[in-house]
Design a protein around this ligand. Sequence first.
Ligand code: DX5
Ligand code: ZN
Length: 226
Amino acid sequence: MILSPSLLSADFGNLARELDDLAKAGVAWVHFDVMDGRFVPNITFGPPVIKRLRENSRLFFDVHLMIEEPERHLEAFAEAGADMLVIHVEAARHLDRALRRIHELGLKAGAALNPSTPVAALENVTDLLDMALIMSVNPGFGGQSFIPRSLDKIRDLRTLLRECASPALIAVDGGVDPEKVPGLLQAGAQVLVSGSAFFNHPPYQKRLLDFDRAAAKETQCLHAKN
Ligand code: DX5
Ligand code: ZN
């Protein structure tokens, strides 16, 4: 399991310190929610903020672009220091081209699906994906409730990726807390994005342990079944 804490629930007045605290707690990834006020109702931050934070952080920058026409901004986010760009299939008119461009820029590429978008929307791009992200809330805000149907979508995605022999990671984002971890892992999720359930429960090292322990439960169950 990879935990990717979503900075949306962090202290926006102290982002550099938050990243430092995450690294000290032993977290390897951090999730940036970029919102443009068009694709989603909310507005957050863009490349200049990410660039400044990159200067003092070696965490893996998992950048979730909830923006219209992401194609227009890929270079800027690459220059800012993103490690992976995750674009929405609903927002990219030319998904194949955009994913290829992300790879050309030397970054990992991911595609995200809104709750109402079927997994089949990824069928023709599985070979271009390093990660596929199932949104388990409607994007735009932190602190929403997990949509249970997302578990079926994670299973469907796992089947699709297996059929295509794709090594892409399966990620889930929205309403994820430690209680849901065993079920999510069992369904096939590998990257768990968590905002409020992570940042609202400091200290971070202890919270990371809560997620790790929940993940270990699932691993034990798997061993028992085998
Ligand atoms: C929602 C964002 C999520 C969000 C998750 O639009 O993409 O990353 O921050 O927050 P929680 O975990 O609070 O649902
Ligand atoms: Zn996100």
